[in-house]
Ligand binder design. Structure first.
Ligand code: MG
Length: 307
């Protein structure tokens, strides 16, 4: 009998523990669901890196200078009244073939490992993630680039991104690039904002992206987006993000006067809310601006929850 009571006590204690655990788990889930997501969306070349991604290994491998490569590529586009993006993809494939370089995914990834990054970029992501965490906000980072996805995947910061939207090739059975699969020009960049908002992690999808989703059902509403860009191809995206209540930041290489003038022009024209030098260190204006935006997003979100 004594032994039986003993078992009852253990059983009751275990039940109590399980219920308590389930209750805690439920609360965790609720807070997790309640945590707003803030998306930081970056262009790559000129925004996170001071050059074009082909200039840190690929162009050298085909024995050209960056100027020679881009003059040929832009010349092809202008001469054929073609897309600059499709032209550079063709030029990369043709020139690699002439130099006996194979263009497999792993080769392209190798050309990404020496990409130069602006000051503070490597530490930036964990810095912002930590700040978001301290404010009860989940941070996600995305790439929206006209460069090559495979090269970005080989870069030292690739694992920081929830998804990389960029150009990529179609590969044959031997794994060789044979044809452009995704070409991202300035208008294509805007469709990826809609995908990010609806939580679609596929460049190929053309159905879910056009389905109507109420603003409060969007995984990441536009006011929770922060878009970073440096060039002409970012203007429609900056405009779309700003138009829907999000935040756009023009980033410029402080060593190039022309880049600074361009960013300030975007600011004057109201296409972006901020223009900052491409410096991502903790003491930078970029971090200051992003922290202030996160604070604002969280305050607006909390106010909305009370309404
Ligand atoms: Mg750029």
């Amino acid at each position: 009998m004594k032994l039986q009571i003993h078992y009852y006590v253990i059983f009751a204690a275990e039940c109590h523990y399980s219920v308590k655990k389930a209750y805690m788990w439920r609360n965790d889930l609720l807070t997790m669901r309640k945590k707003p997501i803030v998306a930081l969306i970056y262009d790559f070349d000129g925004t996170l890196s001071p050059g074009n991604m082909q200039e840190f290994g690929f162009i050298q491998a085909i024995g050209k200078t960056p100027q020679e490569f881009w003059t040929m590529s832009d010349g092809l586009a202008a001469g054929q009244d073609a897309s600059n993006v499709l032209s550079y993809m063709k030029m990369m494939k043709d020139e690699a073939g002439k130099s006996g370089i194979s263009l497999r995914k792993e080769d392209l990834r190798r050309f990404g490992k020496d990409i130069e990054l602006f000051e503070g970029v490597r530490e930036w992501f964990s810095l912002v993630n930590e700040y978001g965490k301290s404010k009860g906000v989940k941070i996600e980072h995305y790439i929206n680039s006209s460069g090559l996805k495979e090269i970005i995947e080989g870069s030292p910061i690739a694992s920081e991104f929830k998804y990389i939207f960029a150009c990529s090739y179609i590969y044959n059975e031997e794994g060789e690039a044979v044809w452009p699969g995704i070409a991202v020009d300035f208008t294509a960049k805007t469709q990826f904002l809609f995908k990010i908002s609806k939580g679609i992690f596929s460049a190929h999808d053309n159905k879910k992206v056009n389905e109507s989703v109420a603003d409060d059902k969007k995984r990441i509403p536009y006011p929770h987006m922060i878009y970073f860009g440096d060039g002409e191809t970012d203007i429609p995206s900056m405009k779309v993000v700003s138009m829907f209540g999000g935040n756009s930041i023009a980033v410029y290489n402080p060593k190039i006067q022309k880049k600074k003038a361009f960013a300030l022009k975007l600011l004057r024209q109201g296409r972006v809310g901020f223009a900052v030098p491409a410096d991502y260190r903790e003491e930078s204006k970029t971090f200051q601006v992003v922290c202030a935006i996160i604070d604002k997003i969280k305050a607006d979100y909390d106010l909305h929850q009370l309404g």
